[in-house]
Design a protein around this ligand. Structure first.
Ligand code: PEP
Ligand code: MG
Length: 756
């Protein structure tokens, strides 16, 4: 395969593929890459020669729509830059659109074959086409052809697949560093639709995090050294796993068992052997790990069985850890001031961490408006958007970006005209903000004289200034777990007591409803790995943990009583499912209260209403609870069996639909009859139109994040609930069972000049 020797005339080259040539192919590729002179034509030539093919072509995806011939060996080089195929057109286009390898002995007679005279491939019979993919995107197609009608051998297919992977990395690197004269870099504007998580509009630079980094060095001439690097990385990844396993969790041995099982799968599957083989073929450790993980993902794409998919997912996760240990994934930057973070997933603790690093906004591919990251973003006033997949991969760090978390769009690399339009809109927003500020000191009394109490949902001491900024009547939901998430653990009794005392000090006599720790599901403290439950939101979380591990709950109740220092104290319990659970929690509170002096002037114990079963225990519950607060976020997910964290379900079920409105109406009646104060503190309470409907149903206390107070108040003070009630009744009567009244109610509101 020496390039100096004259190649034999193609006709006579009938050698069978020589297995084991892969190493030579990679060695040649490595030498070219190392010399820094590797070009696409070089790669085309090396591949054709290495696989004993008569010709090769490389196509690159342009503007996501068509494929352009960028290099060939053995065919007409004048076609380069001229031959273009739509994605899906011809064999090449089919490989790109399906993402599959096509291995055809007689390509020209394939029904999808498209003839392009300028390429000069008339004499070619067989064709092997492999898509060049990276992180789910098809960057192009590489193909080899042979005059002889034959199916390419598995080892040849494997070799071309590896070359396609290397090519993907080379292209990604060219794009990421923007050094390519060939135009590989992604510079076009791109738009991503999504859902608003926390409203606001920001413009800045993008910081994509969690995308696969281009691999710095793809091939090696020292497999021994690479094997050693691999071993060291495996050791580091194992040590990290050990740390995770030995972190003591409130769940006893269960998480440990899950992690041990995970480790067994991750280590016993033989995939490390595959990595070692790839290193021996001349790939660097990270290229080899990446190759095996691609194969895994490819297999997962085809597996329907959930158990097997899980196992493969475990291995993929381990592969991810290895990439971090090998330096193939970047650590977080120290500071990210003014950047707009773009990530695939984000937990609440991570969001706090990024917020502390200074981000100005965040776009998340997998998130939902009632998930905890979204709630936290609203609490922090941080514009946040859930965006369609693909954004993370398409962004280059530092690209300009426009996060429109009002119109639910993320625009990467926006055009100057678009920027101008947004800058105008931002100016208009500040005018509206000024107009809203005028409502700050007005009480929320509707036109018919109903007084609505507007309270804040908060979770961090730094949010307390919102009391003054918004003129809220108090704090309807103080999420105590947020501080624990921010601190990376639950503070001791004195630490907690100091925090609660500070909150009451800042509230200056306004009512505060402290909710006890609501940890678990997606609110995991660092080091916790969850319980490995199938449905963590319905699992061992929140008050359930508190009652099973009463020491944690008692310590918190003690801290609350100490922090109150004799002042009135209202405590509510989350995720209560039965009257007995409420009573058990209240008993713990009473036991602590009996020991603490000074006793609070007034001590109230209330319940969140988040579990539908409570709706059927109202007489018993209302005889014992001092107040009830409806958590629509959880209640909706359990009422409709719709995970609050799944973006696809975010708009599917409506709080303004028949079942929810009927439920609230009954609840209002029950609570009024029992004389028990009722509030709504789920996210729905902060949406002006929902708030209006809830008020018309008779709910007189609404608790919401700081950004929502003034827009909700602006609507309520202009609304006449007496006029609205018959309209609401009529809309409910006319609507199909289960149907939403949102649209017609919005029309009514606009007709009455309400700024919904
Ligand atoms: C709710 O479930 O509506 C609620 C307010 O609690 P959280 O969002 O913290 O689960
Ligand atoms: Mg909840």
């Amino acid at each position: 395969m020496s390039s100096e020797a004259d190649p034999p005339p193609p006709k006579r080259r009938r050698r069978k593929p020589k297995f084991g040539d892969t190493r030579h192919l990679f060695a040649n590729l490595r030498d070219h890459l190392a010399s820094g002179t590797a070009s696409l034509p070089d790669i085309a030539k090396l591949v054709a020669e290495g696989l004993h093919a008569d010709a090769s072509v490389i196509y690159i995806t342009r503007a996501g729509e068509f494929l352009e011939l960028v290099a060939t060996f053995g065919l007409n080089v004048n076609a380069v830059g001229r031959t273009r195929l739509r994605v899906g057109e011809g064999i090449i286009g089919m490989a790109a659109s399906s993402g599959d390898v096509l291995n055809l002995a007689d390509a020209q007679n394939h029904p999808r074959y498209v003839y392009r005279a300028e390429i000069g491939e008339d004499a070619m019979a067989s064709m092997l086409a492999v898509p060049v993919k990276r992180a789910g995107r098809t960057l192009g197609v590489i193909s080899v052809m042979s005059r002889e009608a034959r199916v390419f051998a598995p080892v040849e297919v494997e070799s071309l697949a590896t070359v396609a992977m290397l090519l993907a990395e080379i292209l990604a690197k060219a794009g990421a560093t923007d050094v390519s004269e060939e135009g590989f870099s992604e510079t076009l504007p791109r738009r991503y639709a999504g859902h608003v998580l926390s409203s606001g509009i920001v413009r800045g630079k993008v910081l994509p995090y969690g995308a696969a980094q281009p691999i710095a060095k793809l091939l090696t001439d020292d497999p021994e050294a690479e094997l050693q690097r691999l071993d060291a990385a495996v050791e580091t990844a194992n040590r990290n796993l050990d740390g995770l396993i030995s972190a003591s969790l409130p769940g006893g041995n269960a998480p440990r068992d899950v992690l041990e099982a995970y480790r067994m799968v991750a280590q016993s599957s033989g995939w490390l052997t595959q990595v070692r083989e790839a290193i021996n073929d001349g790939l660097t450790a990270e290229t080899a790990v990446d190759k095996v993980s691609r194969n895994l993902r490819e297999r997962m794409r085809r597996i329907a069985d959930p158990y097997l998919r899980e196992r493969l997912a475990d291995i993929e996760d381990m592969v991810g850890q290895l990439m971090v240990a090998l330096g193939g994934m970047a650590p977080k930057p120290e500071r990210a001031d003014g950047y707009i973070l773009l990530v695939r997933r984000l937990g609440p603790a991570d969001l706090l961490d990024w917020h502390a690093r200074g981000i100005a906004g965040v776009a998340i591919e997998e998130a939902s408006p009632s998930g905890h990251a979204a709630i936290l973003a609203r609490a922090l006033g941080l514009p946040a958007l859930q965006v369609d997949r693909g954004a993370v991969e398409a962004a280059n760090e530092g690209d300009s970006v426009l996060l429109d978390a009002e119109g639910a769009t993320l625009i990467l690399r926006p055009e100057p005209e678009v920027i101008q339009v947004y800058d105008r809109a931002l100016a208009a927003r500040s005018v509206r903000a000024a107009a809203l500020a005028a409502y700050r000191d007005r009480p929320a009394i509707t036109k018919d004289g109903t007084e609505i109490s507007l309270m804040l949902n908060v979770g961090l001491a730094m949010e307390l200034d919102q009391l003054e900024r918004t003129g809220a009547d108090g704090i309807g939901l103080y999420r105590t777990e947020i501080a624990a998430l921010a601190a990376g653990g639950i503070p001791d009794v004195a630490g907690q007591a100091a925090e609660y005392a500070r909150v009451l000090d800042r509230a200056g006599g306004k009512r505060v409803q402290f909710r006890t720790l609501d940890l678990g599901a997606d609110k995991l403290l660092p080091g916790e790995a969850g319980q490995g439950e199938e449905n963590p939101a319905m699992g061992w979380r929140s008050l359930r943990v508190g009652l099973d591990r009463p020491a944690i709950l008692r310590r918190q109740l003690r801290a609350l009583l100490l922090g109150a220092q004799g002042r009135p104290l209202s405590i509510m319990f989350p995720m209560v499912a039965t009257v007995e659970e409420f009573r058990a929690a209240r008993d713990l509170l009473d036991a602590e209260a009996a020991r603490i002096r000074p006793a609070p002037e007034k001590l109230e114990a209330g319940t969140m209403l988040e579990v539908p079963a409570l709706l059927f225990q109202l007489p018993g519950l209302l005889a014992e609870a001092d107040f009830v607060s409806v958590g629509t976020n959880d209640l909706m997910q359990f009422l409709f069996a719709a995970d609050r964290g799944t973006p696809e379900l975010a708009d599917r079920y409506d709080t303004l639909s028949a079942p929810v409105l009927e439920m609230l109406e009954k609840l209002v009646t029950y609570c009024q009859e029992a004389g028990v104060p009722l509030s709504i503190c789920g996210e729905a309470a902060g949406r002006p139109l929902d708030a209006l409907a809830f008020a018309a149903l008779g709910v007189t206390t609404l608790s919401m994040s700081g950004n929502a107070i003034l827009p909700v108040k602006a609507v309520l003070v202009e609304a006449d609930l007496t006029a609205l009630r018959p309209v609401l009744r009529e809309l409910r009567r006319a609507g199909a069972a289960g149907g939403s009244i949102r649209e017609p109610l919005a029309v009514w509101a606009r007709e009455h000049n309400l700024a919904i």
